[in-house]
Design a protein around this ligand. Sequence first.
Ligand code: FE2
Ligand code: FE2
Length: 224
Amino acid sequence: MNQRLTTQDTVARLAVRVPAASRVFMRHGIDYCCGGQRRLADVCAERGLVADDLLDEITLEHPLAEGARWDERPLGELVAHIVTAHHRPLDEELPRLLAMARKVEAVHGDKDPVRLHELAVLCERLFADLAEHMKKEEAVLFPWIVAGNGRSAGGPIRVMHLEHDEVARDLRRLHELTDDFTPPAGACVTWRALWLGLEALDADLRQHMHLENNVLFPRALAAR
Ligand SMILES: [Fe+2]
Ligand SMILES: [Fe+2]
């Protein structure tokens, strides 16, 4: 199995074939969801990393993997997993994080006024966009795919890709505004909880978009 992985594989392909690879990519700040169509060798060369070392890291991570090979499961199961594991939890989590972002801005705004305000505004818009995006997937696209009509869903899938790209841009800004989720010295409990929650959201959204961009959508478009 391991011999078949090479540094010429794309980051997305590695994340599909070895689900635990996503943890390695997260660790090194490598985008595997929306920018994953690049070869591991190229991504590593650009970032000054040794591609073979990263491949070893992925291989070592592999035995601990609990992730399913979603490229081998029925599409209906994959869609159910995306909805259950990635959509539903956000129904509660997004309002919780938004309330915290507003509270931190209200209580501690004087400590970092520009960034805390931008963060609260960004959370409000991003979370509204996400809710709308997931509603479209659940109401229209996913049922269409599960019914076996994925081949004719090229248009809607392109729109979902573009919306994922926007989410990825917002996540990059979130990293900047939170110093990569490092709370400032003396940050209160809510502030720390917000940074932790946003970090978890970042990881979750990357895995979520990876499953859609790199597994569900290509398989749906190729379905007979
Ligand atoms: Fe989704
Ligand atoms: Fe999506």
